[in-house]
Design a protein. Structure first.
Length: 148
């Protein structure tokens, strides 16, 4: 992917559950691609579609987020601009789970419970939301960003 996006890809990061060794994960790879301006789709979409990615999401009101999907292997490629809070949260969460086995297991348990009886991704995310928020609270507290 980097070779297809010279001077466009500011950063490419493997995020999500598959980026955390030992964490139960669906066979979907989540990647964050950081570009100077996600609105300038002509700078990256043609190169990515030539690699088999299909544009599926355009959320201008949410950090200019774009998502492209690849089917084999299954990849969700999230495109954000520099300094995007959502990308920063992805990195913080990934790194926290890599370094803390107890929270990695707590999140794995929440994922297992969340998947039972749900048929949509929003429902699945809603069911694991409390644990995710607790982990973020711990991350932010550890960083000194929130009080005790």
């Amino acid at each position: 992917m980097e070779a297809a996006l010279p001077k466009v890809a500011l950063s490419i990061e493997h995020v999500g559950s598959t980026a955390v060794p030992g964490l139960l994960a669906k066979p979907v790879i989540d990647i964050d691609l950081i570009v100077a301006d996600p609105e300038q789709e002509q700078d990256y979409v043609p190169a990515l579609t030539s690699l088999g990615y299909d544009p599926t999401v355009r959320e201008r009101s949410w950090y200019q987020h774009r998502m492209l999907r690849h089917d084999n292997p299954r990849v969700n490629l999230h495109v954000f601009g520099p300094g995007c809070p959502e990308h920063i949260r992805h990195i913080l969460f990934r790194d926290w789970l890599r370094e803390r086995p107890a929270d990695r297991q707590r999140y794995a348990d929440a994922k297992m419970l969340a998947k039972d009886g749900v048929t949509t991704a929003p429902d699945y995310n809603l069911r694991k939301q409390n644990v995710v928020r607790e982990i973020y609270r711990d991350i932010f507290k550890h960083q000194g960003w929130v009080g005790g």
